[in-house]
Structure formats: structure tokens, C-alpha cells
Design a protein around this ligand. Structure first.
Ligand SMILES: CC(C)(COP(=O)(O)OP(=O)(O)OC[C@H]1O[C@@H](n2cnc3c(N)ncnc32)[C@H](O)[C@@H]1OP(=O)(O)O)[C@@H](O)C(=O)NCCC(=O)NCCS
Length: 216
């Protein structure tokens, strides 16, 4: 199976990678995605959220294009700060795992400021983390943890003290990850499903951050 890989000197190179690349957390670099890397992010999300399995495999190329275009639009739609005390902000970060010769795009996450409609009636805006995904070959090596820490740092830099996200109740890996990093469940809901008696549970999570960036 082809995977995502970029050469340090040519970030648009697409190559296959060996599944057992050795690296340690110090070799994980987090930075904002560049325009020419968005299709790699779309590929990681497509594979991580199983848009490439079963009947959906027929539509995988379309899913990828849709995910990439949505992301492009989100990153472009920024309201000038003169119009708002706190401007619309959205950042998509990627994790680069660096071994001796190459730098591999291994994971991605988005963080942005949203306007409350349902969850935070008393606070007009809140910070929301989404689309966290790590390539299968790079899992369980601290990539997601580093991506989330970068989002928390960004949240504090924007002047907010809380970060929020959703995770499906049956996503044990995700729930373990957020629990380990100090996220608490605020509420849960049953989401819509074509099978009325099998509505999956979705949890809304929050973490309090100190203004110094430390957890309070
Ligand atoms: C969930 C996901 C992002 C984790 O990425 P990762 O880089 O492997 O996670 P990390 O290595 O940073 O793991 C940090 C902690 O998360 C938890 N965790 C991660 N993978 C786990 C697994 N397979 N089983 C149980 N716990 C797991 C553990 O607590 C782990 O800490 P530990 O290694 O000290 O035990 C990744 O599995 C993924 O992309 N899954 C599919 C997409 C998804 O579910 N995204 C989250 C949506 S809310």
C-alpha cells in the first residue's frame, strides 16, 4: 500500500515508505500544512476514517478531492481582524517524522475558533480541535500527542483557556488518547444513523488550559 512520504528537499515527493521506520519523539516536527501538501492530508484522513473500505472504496478518489477542497476553503476563509475583536482562525498542522534521509508526513490535525450555536450558549466563540489522524505506519509513537499539544499551545496563543473536541464513544484509541492528555467529558449525544435502532454515541470533550499554556 502506498503511503505518504516527503523528501526533506522536495516536500512534494510522493514515495513508498518502509513500515518500520525508526524515530523517537524528538524527531517529530509539527508545522502548518503548505498548499501543495493538502492532498497528503486528505489521503491520511481518508485512510484513517475508513473512507477507503468496502463500498466506499468506489468513491475514495471523490472523498479525497472533497476533503482536500473543504480544507483549502477553511484555510482560505479568514475574516480580517479589523472586523472582529478575535478574527476567525483555522490552522491545519501536520507532523513530520524525520529519519536520516527523509521527512515523512505522518499525521494531521486542525484547530479553529468556532461560533457557538448549541454547545456554548454563554460564550460566543470557542476553540475546537478536529480531523486528528495519524498514518497507520506511524501510530503509537507519540505523533497524535504532539499534534494535540501544538493545538493546545495555539489555543493559548489565541488567548483562550479551553479547547474542545468530539470523539465517538466506540473510538477506544481516541478516548484513551484524550483521557491520557487530561480531557474530560462534557456531554454525550446519539447521532443520526440510517439504522434508527443503532445510533452511535458521540462525546463532547473539553480541556482547561492555563494562560501560561500549562494545564490547570
Ligand atoms: C487515535 C490516533 C489519532 C492515535 O494516534 P497515535 O499517534 O497512534 O497516538 P499516540 O502514539 O500519540 O498515543 C498516545 C496515547 O493514546 C492512546 N492510544 C493510542 N493508540 C491506542 C490504541 N491503539 N489502543 C489504546 N490506546 C491508544 C494511548 O493512551 C497512548 O499512550 P501510550 O502509548 O503511552 O499508551 C490514531 O490511532 C488514528 O489516527 N486513528 C484513526 C482516526 C481517529 O480515530 N482520530 C481521532 C478522532 S477523535
Amino acid at each position: 500500500m502506498s503511503e505518504l512520504s516527503t523528501n526533506l528537499n522536495n516536500l512534494d515527493t510522493f514515495a513508498s515508505i518502509a513500515p518500520n521506520i525508526a524515530f523517537n519523539p524528538a524527531q517529530i516536527e509539527i508545522r502548518p500544512v503548505k498548499e501543495n501538501e493538502i492532498h497528503y492530508v486528505a489521503d491520511i484522513i481518508t485512510r484513517s476514517f475508513h473512507f477507503d473500505r468496502g463500498w466506499m472504496a468506489w468513491f475514495t478518489p471523490l472523498f479525497k478531492i472533497g476533503i482536500a477542497e473543504d480544507l483549502r476553503n477553511r484555510l482560505r476563509t479568514r475574516v480580517p481582524s479589523a472586523l472582529h475583536s478575535k478574527p476567525q482562525q483555522q490552522v491545519c498542522s501536520i507532523a513530520l517524522c524525520i529519519d536520516r534521509e527523509q521527512s515523512h508526513i505522518s499525521g494531521t490535525v486542525e484547530v479553529g475558533v468556532r461560533t457557538a450555536e448549541r454547545y456554548r450558549q454563554n460564550h460566543h466563540r470557542y476553540v475546537y480541535l478536529s480531523n486528528l489522524a495519524v498514518s497507520k505506519d506511524f501510530r503509537r509513537r507519540g505523533v497524535a500527542q504532539k499534534l494535540i499539544e501544538r493545538c493546545e499551545q495555539q489555543t493559548v496563543e489565541w488567548g483562550y483557556t479551553e479547547i474542545h473536541l468530539h470523539v465517538m464513544g466506540k473510538n477506544e484509541r481516541g478516548r484513551n488518547l484524550y483521557q491520557k492528555l487530561g480531557y474530560e467529558v462534557v456531554s454525550s449525544e446519539l447521532v443520526w444513523s440510517i439504522i434508527p435502532w443503532h445510533r452511535p454515541e458521540r462525546l463532547f470533550l473539553r480541556k482547561q488550559l492555563g494562560i501560561s499554556g500549562l494545564v490547570v
